[in-house]
Design a protein around this ligand. Structure first.
Ligand code: AMP
Length: 467
């Protein structure tokens, strides 16, 4: 899937290329086409999933189309103010009449959304986004509102103040977004939100994003949307407790390949999926593994449907033991014999990691998910850990030790001796041992601060760069 295929305006596509985005994330793939059709959305997805672009790209597309149709002679409120001045009149404050409102729980998230909007809309001349936040000096807010921005990004409390004093009027509002709605409710904003929603036209398009769509959030979402498309993106809440996860650090490609061969010779392995970043790597690695005597096959999006189906049948029948696949091709594969998942390359988005490891441990069985990680990719593992709220233990296999040791506090532990069907491993999912091999230390020592790494829900997570 490409951004072009989503049908976005060329000026937005240009901005996305400039931002270095090559393809839509899963939430964008599902949300953008529906939003472009004007549908309401209820989306459960996490920060870091690319959700900002999922609602902002279709909105900007709409504004870009409107820009083309705009009457050249129509006066902007700024021009009206200037002509009032030239007539010697004192211009009256015209309430801002935004076309889009994004509500966020925090100032940080609001600023992030505004910055992202500036980036995605950098080639649109007339679209302006401003943040209205608690703590910002009042004159500054008035100055921003007086420019009558198309897009307002605001925290609910401060917005209510301006609404009540007549500085903002929502009669022209076309799109309403509630970002991280569950957090807004946790913070006690429900009444403010309802008041704001009430002040907007019923004809609006509403898009609600939340980590969960259960309970109170779900009820509110249903009240304020009309025939919404419900999109559920892999949730970090699924802890995959029957799947053991491990990281192996590798020094270089040859180390990685030797380790892969060794792991695939594990006597407890029934069938495995090896994930690669590119289609080409999937082919190359499958060929290499076949030469090395594994019954391997590649699966990726460049293959004809017939060839893909034959490969999947062979996997189901057990004729293929090692499937080497890309993310998109392997999505949804449900073969109970898959005992191992190997991330030969790390996925681009933490959500894809969750999809990948879910290929094993099907139907309540146990599974093992192993990530082969360059030292420089340690940061990407941390992002996955933050997303899944689980620590992934580091493993070292004798004879395959990395030359470099990973940076503190991540250090290796002895292999846990875990086998599929045996969940008595030394390290439970979600627990990390910070011990040197053979010298156990207590969890939490070594400078690791759980609160600082997992307590952050301020929306600072990023996708990984291209591999
Ligand atoms: P968000 O979930 O909206 O906070 O986005 C998380 C991060 O992913 C941000 O740093 C975005 O710039 C980045 N991002 C969003 N969409 C894409 C994409 N399609 N390709 C690459 N990076 C993206």
């Amino acid at each position: 899937m490409t951004f072009e295929a989503l049908g976005l305006h060329s000026s937005i596509l240009k901005a996305l290329t400039e931002a270095g985005y090559t393809k839509p994330t899963p939430v964008q793939e599902q949300a953008v086409p529906a939003a472009l059709q004007g549908r309401d959305l209820m989306v459960s997805s996490q920060t870091g999933s690319g959700k900002t672009a999922a609602f902002m790209l279709p909105a900007l597309h709409k504004f870009a189309e409107a820009e083309l149709e705009a009457q050249p002679g129509a006066k902007t409120s700024n021009q009206e103010r200037q002509s009032a001045r030239s007539r010697g009149e004192r211009p009256r404050f015209q309430p801002a009449q935004p076309k889009m409102l994004v509500l966020t729980p925090t100032r940080e998230l609001a600023l992030q959304v505004t910055n992202a909007t500036d980036k995605y809309g950098s080639n649109l001349r007339r679209v302006r986004a401003v943040s209205i936040l608690g703590g910002m000096p009042y004159p500054k807010q008035m100055q921003l509102l007086s420019k009558n921005p198309e897009i307002l990004v605001a925290t609910p409390g401060r917005l209510i103040d301006h609404m009540e004093s007549g500085k903002i009027n929502f009669s022209q509002l076309e799109i309403l977004v509630l970002d991280e709605a569950d957090r807004m409710l946790d913070m006690g904003f429900i009444e403010d939100i309802e008041k704001i929603v009430e002040a907007t036209p019923e004809t609006r398009q509403t898009m609600l994003f939340s980590a969960t769509l259960d309970g109170v959030v779900g009820n509110m979402a249903k009240r304020i949307t009309r025939d919404p498309l419900v999109i559920q993106i892999a949730s970090a809440g699924n802890k995959h407790e029957n799947i053991q996860q491990r990281v192996h650090f590798v020094d270089d490609l040859s180390h990685k390949n030797r380790l892969l061969d060794h792991l695939l010779r594990d006597a407890t392995l029934d069938q495995a999926v090896v994930f690669t970043a590119t289609k080409r790597d999937a082919d190359t690695i499958a060929d290499r593994l076949n030469i090395a005597g594994f019954a391997a096959a590649a699966l990726h999006g460049d293959m004809h449907q017939g060839a893909r189906n034959r490969t999947l049948d062979a996997l189901r029948r057990g004729q293929v033991r090692v499937l080497v696949a890309t993310d998109v091709a392997a999505r949804g594969i449900d073969v109970p014999g898959i005992t191992h998942v190997v991330n030969y390359d790390l996925p681009k988005f933490p959500e894809d990691y969750v999809h990948r490891i879910g290929r094993t441990g099907r139907a309540g069985r146990n599974g093992l998910a192993i990530s082969l990680v360059n030292h420089a990719e340690n940061i990407n593992i941390k992002r996955i850990e933050r997303f899944t709220k689980q620590l992934i233990p580091v493993d070292i296999i004798e004879g395959f030790e990395p030359k470099k040791t990973a940076s503190a506090p991540r250090s290796a532990r002895k292999p846990g001796g875990w086998k599929p069907g045996d969940n008595r491993s030394n390290s439970k999912p979600g627990q990390r041992t910070f011990s040197k091999p053979g010298a156990p230390r207590k969890e939490g020592s070594g400078g690791f601060n759980k609160g600082s790494r997992f307590g952050d829900s301020g929306g600072n997570r990023r996708s990984f760069g291209d591999h």
